[in-house]
Design a protein around this ligand. Sequence first.
Ligand code: AMP
Length: 129
Amino acid sequence: MSETIFSKIIAGEIPCHKVYEDDTTLAFLDINPVQPGHTLVIPKTAAASVWDLDPTVYSALMGTTQKVAQRLRSVLAVPFVGEKIVGVDVAHAHVHLIPFSTVADYDARPANDEPDHASLSAMANKLAF
Ligand code: AMP
């Protein structure tokens, strides 16, 4: 399995704005968020896509996804948290969790600006559990 930006995050070679971690999974903020609190949940084992995961790891990934979604909903006081699986840019399995209030917010395009690490760090401090 080739190295990706996410495998480097798991290995601690590059930093992330961590929200949650356990033995099998890791959740951290997307550096180019669609909405504040946009979080990625990944398995620590390498697989190019969510659909390639061993069923046990897939279940663990979905378990963490639910926990993190509940956390986003309560801390950010949003009515909804959307889940997306895209995977066209990074070939390491991941789930997007996007807190939102309106469909327009959920469908918004990310800003594609330089990452705002100060606000990402403040958000991660609020969300981490
Ligand atoms: P996709 O593979 O299409 O699901 O998109 C990959 C997502 O990963 C995009 O939303 C990127 O903004 C995000 N991303 C890429 N590099 C990083 C990184 N170093 N830390 C956090 N998120 C990242």
